[in-house]
Design a protein around this ligand. Structure first.
Ligand code: XIL
Length: 365
């Protein structure tokens, strides 16, 4: 791990800490109410994303690396100051909460939920049903379909019950379709058929009827084969009275692939089916080294997804998949790529940070 630069640590420490204030629940309410007086500088001053998002009635979130949260004080301070929502980057995934069959370990996730509560932040739960980051006892054992269904049911009910009332959104399913709109071949599809999705939402709803339940995926920002598959699925689930409430758009963009231009159109067609929506994992990576055009393209990526969310009627939150390059998942997964978050490794703000803050400030006027 890199040694933190003293200068940037001091710069961060000198920023006024913003008192926790819950965001307005919906945008219309925010526009009707008088905005709260600025605590950390007027618009254009040094207030963070959170202040601007509170005024705009939007939940602004980040994925949280809980090891960094424990070990890195400037990271911890920025997590509290800049965001009114958090998502565990890993610690609510099945592999982490039940590494040994029948033995739950909630400690890391509980710690984050406690942090969020202390800082007036909402928690997005991520994720209940996925093909990845499952415990090896689950994927390597030869369970029968009936056994797997019972295990999935128990996992969902136990986890949602454990966090009942403390997690307001759940990414119930994650990445269930391929980019061409066909069903992804997973342990769940192979053994249970596509009905596992309806089952999962029903079980989650049974365990916490107040939590908003989301479908979540990547490459589903705009109108395309994958989002078409979601649109068809939501119609079917609604016809079967399945409790599905939200369409989650991860928003992992890369400057070399361009920015999807029809995110707003897509969010609106899900709203028309009665869903709310959320940007759940936004980052905008680039082939390294960076240059001014890539940096400019990154601004467009972050800002266009944020604008779409603010222009949609029921897009309730916008979450970054990490806010600093220091802990970003990108370099470890996309070879030769990086610089995917709005703050660099020393927590220095990039143009994308200021662009998002300006957009949120405009939205809150
Ligand atoms: C990633 C985490 O960021 C990494 O730390 C982990 O090693 C792998 O998973 N889509 C998702 C997230 O839904 O859960 C993934 O998170 C990133 C892609």
């Amino acid at each position: 791990m890199r040694i933190h630069r003293i200068a940037s640590a001091l710069a961060l420490a000198s920023l006024a800490l913003v008192a926790a204030s819950p965001a307005a629940a919906t945008r219309p309410a925010a526009t009707m109410e008088q905005p709260a007086p600025a605590r950390a500088g007027a618009p254009g001053g040094d207030a963070g994303l959170r202040v601007a998002a509170d005024r705009a009635g939007l939940r602004i979130g980040t994925a949280v690396d809980t090891t960094a949260l424990a070990d890195d004080a400037p990271y911890r301070e920025a997590t509290a100051r800049e965001f009114n929502s958090v998502t565990p980057e890993n610690v609510m995934k099945w592999q982490l909460v039940e590494p040994v069959q029948g033995t739950y370990d909630w400690a890391a996730a509980d710690g984050l939920v406690d942090f969020a509560r202390a800082n007036g932040q909402k928690v997005r739960g991520h994720t209940l049903v996925w093909h990845s980051q499952n415990p090896s006892w689950l994927t390597e054992e030869a369970f029968t379909p009936a056994e797997l269904r019972a295990l999935l049911r128990k996992h969902i009910i136990d986890e949602v019950s454990h966090f009942k009332g403390r997690v307001y959104h759940w990414d119930v399913t994650n990445e269930i379709f391929n980019d061409d709109g066909t069903w992804r071949d997973t342990i769940w599809l192979r053994n249970l058929g596509p009905g596992y999705v309806a089952d999962a939402f029903r079980w989650a709803h049974q365990a916490d009827p107040r939590a908003k339940l989301y479908l979540n995926d990547y490459n589903n920002e705009g109108v395309n084969a994958k989002s078409d598959a979601y649109h068809r699925l939501v119609k079917e689930l609604k016809a079967q009275r399945v409790p599905v409430h939200g369409y989650g758009v991860q928003g992992h963009l890369a400057v070399q692939y361009g920015v999807p231009g029809d995110t707003l159109t897509n969010l609106r067609r899900f709203e028309a089916l009665g869903l709310e929506s959320a940007l759940t994992e936004v980052d905008v990576r680039m082939p390294l080294p960076t240059d001014p055009i890539k940096v400019q393209a990154q601004v467009s990526g972050f800002n266009s997804l944020l604008q779409a969310c603010l222009l949609a009627r029921r897009c309730v939150s916008y979450t970054l998949w990490g806010f600093t390059d220091r802990y970003s998942w990108v370099p470890g997964v996309f070879s030769g790529e990086g610089s995917a978050t709005p703050l660099d490794e020393d927590l220095v703000r990039k143009p994308a940070y200021y662009a998002m803050r300006d957009t949120l400030t405009l939205a809150g006027r």
